[in-house]
Write a protein that binds this ligand. Sequence first.
Ligand code: SAM
Ligand code: DTB
Ligand code: SF4
Length: 329
Amino acid sequence: MTEPLIRHDWTLEEIAEIYHSPVLDLVFRAASLHRSFQDTAEVQVCTLLSIKTGGCPEDCAYCPQAARYHTGVKAEALLSKETVLEHARRARDAGSTRFCMGAAWREVRDNRDFDRVLEMVREVNGLGLEVCCTMGMLTEHQARRLQEAGLHAYNHNLDTSDTFYGEIIHTRTYEDRLRTLDHVRKAGVTVCCGGIIGLGESPRDRMAMLQTLANLSQHPESVPVNALVSVEGTPLEHRPRVDIWDMVRMIACARILMPRTMVRLSAGRMDFSIAEQALCFLAGANSIFTGEKLLTTPNPGFEEDQEMFRILGLKPRAAFKKEKEETAA
Ligand code: SAM
Ligand code: DTB
Ligand code: SF4
């Protein structure tokens, strides 16, 4: 009997065998699966907007928005609905099909700010964009309210393995993270969950994170793979730049373990050339964030990315597109 391609019972040993295989074999395997399940000519273009910047009470060691580090990011109040809509329209007109709003909160609270976010979600959804939010922990009730307002996805990253997590974040637990993901899933909102490489974790930690994601009862619809953007003033300011081959291995592994998922080449693109990014697309990445800023750090702008798409012959992917049923590679 042939092995099913969509599995939820990956062992760490199986993942290690994939992760450590010769890189060209690894990329070939990932690219073949990518071709079976996805349209490889297409890459989804997404835009991020920080709707509530800085002043966060959490202590995530990588994050420029944690109030306790001196990073030069100023704490700001929640943006107005009009400002957010203006950004969303601009993103849509520049070819983005997904709009992700980030808030530097530990958790969502049932207050007027949340009511305003619900209105933003309703209106951005009305523009025909896939709306995503990333605002920290959520209750199931809050996830339902977001779903009713038209939220398509909620981003909540595991960031790293459960064992390494405690080295990076002390103000909440891995279980807290998993609980929020469960609330999102139960409310019928799609799950966007991934991690960061370059925090000082071992390859084993990377594999363990992918194992946790792939062995969830349903694979996340979206898995962002971020390369650490080391920001001055954070405890990780001196971490060395992420090696492209680590990024390629991580993306290829994610693609092999979760063939139907959108794998997003997320933070860190400023350090990767077009040729390096092309390797990531070949390894199975099929989405990027575009626009001059991610949330608070620099990112290639629309025009630069348009030029990359022209050079590589890529097309932007439409909103709400379903993945292909598996076809012969
Ligand atoms: N506060 C919310 C939370 O933590 O879930 C939402 C915003 S938070 C900035 C979203 C994600 O951005 C984090 O989980 C982390 O994976 C990523 N991130 C934050 N700072 C980063 C950095 N310097 N480099 C790479 N990724 C980063
Ligand atoms: C994700 O995994 N990466 C994006 C999005 N989800 C919210 C955020 C990256 C943030 C990078 C640091 C910054 O710009 O503040
Ligand atoms: Fe706060 Fe999110 Fe940054 Fe952690 S990653 S400090 S929770 S904004």
